[in-house]
Design a protein around this ligand. Structure first.
Ligand SMILES: NC(=O)c1ccc[n+]([C@@H]2O[C@H](COP(=O)([O-])OP(=O)(O)OC[C@H]3O[C@@H](n4cnc5c(N)ncnc54)[C@H](O)[C@@H]3O)[C@@H](O)[C@H]2O)c1
Length: 443
């Protein structure tokens, strides 16, 4: 098949590369010419395990192409995937300007039957808007061309995106068109060969499915963080509670880790967007509001715990921060809890030495330049370098190399043997035995 994927970010690049890997010819389109030029030279704009090989191999075989011109891509392709960003607007609703701009450009250039696929996460009703914009452009051109707009939300996880795309739990396709359904089933057949799991449904159902999935996962995390905060006040170790409830098959272990809050480009923005979708139709989303509020508060817990130990004036104190990305396996720092923590520590007068296995380059752009210029924030060469002479170590992202560190070395390097564990990675009893003062979440 001949496919165009518009938007070459975390979702678009993985989608394009994986379709190409299955033998399709794919043109990835992006307005960011630096990104496109870099990709042509084999330089990936994001860190995603295993993606570089697939991109480079398919580019070299000519199945994966890169361009800044959507009209050029449309000369070849008749399945057009929209995978551009849908960031939160001022009121928290999904900002559709990028999606709708692509729809307009498609309408201006469409010259034969095509399937337009919304892969971006978009509010219920967006496929209708995309269709209306394309139709308006066709009308303005005075041409009659058939097209279908399909909703095909993406469920990949950053850090495991290639595996998730190649072996999805399910593929959701929302369409009322038999022709589009057949083409989508055909396109995805190689991905679900051994376990047919493509779910066809209405367009609006598919749009809502994506939000409901992310909201459910965010709810599990916020629920567990609420329980953790209660545990702290009641003298309970939430880690034992987690093991106790996760072993119930109806609950399961996924997404019930308490910590310093969820971040990333999806959960925060999608929960906010769903709240706004509800507000717009005068429905009070009580549970979603609570999920969001708990998470916003949770991102401040580590700072609050540090202040409980060190006082509100942190002038002259230095903290080692392990982990900047919003979760392990990615360099994505959008809405990362590390940002809230570091900003608050610096506001309180502290200095930070931070280390992340892959997000160091991204971190340079995520924090204000003055933090670096004034010496409030330094990026360390390695995890142990960050700890040298620090008054405490703060674990924010549970990258594997942080899970079982050399505690003897840490004790030697830190000015004070204090660990704030924002992901409950360490055993409090062992920490005590090793001579650390240990503060976790909910224990
Ligand atoms: N990141 C994830 O883990 C994830 C998972 C599932 C779904 N999603 C959803 O997928 C969508 C994309 O997310 P992302 O993380 O890949 O975003 P991203 O910011 O990494 O990438 C978006 C890309 O779109 C490009 N773009 C913007 N306007 C364009 C235009 N008119 N033409 C061509 N390119 C254009 C941008 O330059 C950018 O490279 C969002 O709706 C997101 O909610 C993301």
């Amino acid at each position: 098949m001949n496919i165009a994927v518009v938007g070459t970010g975390y979702v678009g690049l993985v989608t394009g590369a994986c379709f190409a890997e299955m033998g399709n010819t794919v043109t990835c389109v992006d307005v960011d010419s630096k990104k496109i030029e870099g990709l042509k030279q084999g330089k990936l704009p994001i860190y995603e395990p295993g993606l570089d090989n697939i991109v480079i191999n398919n580019y070299n075989t000519g199945r994966l192409l890169f361009t800044t011109s959507l009209p050029d891509a449309m000369t070849q392709a008749d399945m057009l995937f929209i995978a551009v960003g849908t960031p939160p607007g001022e009121d928290g609703s999904a900002d559709l300007k990028y999606v709708l701009a692509v729809a307009k450009e498609i309408g201006q250039n469409l010259d034969r039957y095509s399937i337009i696929v919304d892969k971006s996460t978009v509010p219920v009703g967006t496929a209708d808007k995309v269709a209306a914009i394309i139709q308006a452009e066709l009308d303005a051109r005075g041409v009659q061309i058939e097209f279908d707009v399909v909703s095909n939300p993406e469920f990949l996880k950053e850090g495991a995106a290639v595996d998730d795309f190649m072996s999805p739990d399910r593929i959701v396709v929302g369409t009322a068109s038999a022709r589009a359904q057949e083409r989508m089933a055909d396109l995805y057949a190689p991905f679900v060969r051994n376990h047919p799991r493509t779910l066809f449904m209405g367009v609006r159902d598919a749009e809502m499915t994506k939000y409901a999935a992310n909201a459910m996962l965010a709810t599990k995390i916020s629920f567990m963080n609420e329980i953790a905060n209660l545990c702290e006040r009641l003298g309970v170790d939430v880690e034992n509670v987690r093991l106790g409830i996760g072993s119930d098959q109806r609950i399961g272990f996924h997404f019930i880790y308490s910590g310093c809050g969820y971040g990333g480009s999806c959960f925060p923005k999608d929960v906010k967007a769903l709240i706004q979708m509800a507000n717009k139709i005068d429905f009070d989303p009580k549970l979603l509001n609570a999920v969001e509020a708990r998470n916003n508060a949770q991102k401040h817990r580590l700072f609050e715990k540090i202040v409980e130990s060190f006082g509100t004036d942190l002038t002259g104190k230095t903290f080692a921060v392990w982990g900047l990305a919003f979760k392990p396996g990615t360099d994505d720092m959008r809405e990362a809890p590390s940002k809230v923590l570091i900003e608050r520590l610096i506001q309180a007068g502290a200095k930070i030495k931070a280390y992340d296995p892959v997000a160091m380059k991204v971190a340079r752009d995520e924090f204000p330049a003055k933090f670096f210029d004034e010496g409030s924030l330094a990026l360390a060469e390695g995890q142990y370098e960050a700890a040298i002479d620090a008054d405490a170590l703060v674990l924010v992202t549970e990258w594997k190399p942080f899970r079982h560190p050399d505690f003897k070395a840490l004790k030697r390097l830190l000015a004070q043997p204090i660990i704030f564990d924002g992901r409950n990675q360490y055993d409090p009893k062992q920490m005590k035995r090793d001579g650390f003062s240990y503060v976790g979440i909910g224990r």
